[in-house]
Write a protein that binds this ligand. Structure first.
Ligand SMILES: NC(=O)c1ccc[n+]([C@@H]2O[C@H](COP(=O)([O-])OP(=O)(O)OC[C@H]3O[C@@H](n4cnc5c(N)ncnc54)[C@H](O)[C@@H]3O)[C@@H](O)[C@H]2O)c1
Length: 325
């Protein structure tokens, strides 16, 4: 690692999600790569919040103005964890600096907003990631390793994905939170071609139980269930291919791989693991700093996130949608 130069990372937005996830994730990345990662600065409109965040997670300096921070800190990467209504405005203000950037999911309130952010990212050629942390969850990473270890390719043919919640009544549930399970599924199965979705009535005002079928250009299929008002919290994926089944349970942090009806791989996140390790944010922040250092790709990017958001929007709208249009 001695040929690596130190990279200076800043965090924008010291709110609740960032404090729970990205602060611990960046602190862990800095501890793992002390000769690579420097937590240079944190910026929040609320100076006290930024100061407490800096002290808790080990950032050197505190700002309340992001442009001032960028002018003074010679940054190599920015992680921006700001409210959805501000994402487009903030991303479009930061991308012209050409500093590698992470923005939160969903990347704007709708896919039209994401498209406008992509235009700016393209214009300036700024490397970026969208914080779809489920992609970096430990059980899923193990599943990907198992699939990659197979002598001959064993592609996923069918996915069955379930996101269950209780007492979630926000109307944007399917796109704002559901994007996680949609994105986690699409990124394992292929390019979406067609979405067919229906909503079951719920006695809870504004809440719906959603069933969707996604067909992919490679002939694969996914069934996705989104239920914000059922009895328990669950986020699971079953991936089926020729004679194998992969079962990922993001809530329990567990993985089982069955091959020819034999359990060949089993993994569970330790009970005392930090939540941000369990939900993939540790892996995501490590991936980002390695990408900034030129040792990984900036993925998932805005285009991938836009595709996932468009599928989530089609699911939310119900009916049939041609996703190639
Ligand atoms: N991945 C997930 O599972 C998940 C879960 C919850 C929230 N989120 C996302 O996290 C993001 C933040 O949500 P939250 O609940 O933490 O919000 P929050 O309101 O608690 O925090 C946002 C912070 O950003 C700061 N801020 C806003 N504009 C700023 C600016 N111009 N400069 C500096 N600071 C600024 C605010 O002062 C605040 O401290 C949202 O985009 C949300 O979608 C993701």
């Amino acid at each position: 690692m001695e040929d690596w130069t130190m990279i200076r990372i800043a965090l924008l937005g010291a709110g609740s999600h960032s404090r729970y996830n990205h602060g611990p994730g960046l602190r862990a990345a800095a501890a793992k790569y002390p000769d690579l990662v420097e937590l240079a600065a944190v910026c929040d409109l609320d100076a006290d919040r930024a100061q407490a965040y800096a002290e808790d997670f080990g950032f050197r300096k505190v700002y309340t103005d992001v442009h001032q921070m960028i002018d003074q800190e010679h940054l190599d990467g920015i992680v921006a964890i700001t409210p959805v209504p501000l994402t487009e405005q903030i991303a479009c203000a930061l991308l012209p600096y050409r500093i590698p950037l992470v923005i939160e999911k969903p990347p704007g309130p709708d896919s039209a907003s994401t498209a406008r952010i992509i235009e700016v990212a393209d214009e300036y050629g700024t490397p970026h990631m969208v914080s779809l942390n489920r992609r970096f969850g430990p059980p899923r990473q193990r599943a990907l390793q198992w699939l990659a270890s197979q002598t001959d390719p064993r592609p996923v043919r069918l996915a069955v994905s379930r996101m269950l919640r209780f007492n979630r009544r926000e109307p944007e549930f399917n796109t704002s939170t559901g994007i996680h399970i949609v994105d986690a599924t699409l990124s394992l199965v292929g390019e979406p071609e067609r979405v067919c979705a229906c909503h079951l009535p719920s006695s809870t005002e504004g809440a719906r139980l959603t069933q969707a079928c996604v067909d992919f250009t490679n002939g694969n299929r996914a069934h996705i269930f989104l239920s914000p008002v059922v009895g328990n919290l669950e986020e699971t994926y079953e991936l089926h291919g020729e004679d194998y089944t992969v079962k990922i349970d993001d809530g329990a942090g567990s993985l089982q791989v069955w091959d020819h009806n034999q359990l060949v791989e089993e993994f569970t996140v330790p009970e005392d693991a930090e939540p941000a390790y369990r939900n993939g944010t540790f892996g995501e922040m490590e991936h980002f700093v390695l990408a900034v250092a030129g040792r990984a790709d900036f993925t998932p990017d805005l285009r991938a996130a836009r595709t996932s958001l468009m599928v989530a929007e089609a699911i939310d709208a119900g009916g049939e949608h041609d996703m190639r249009a």
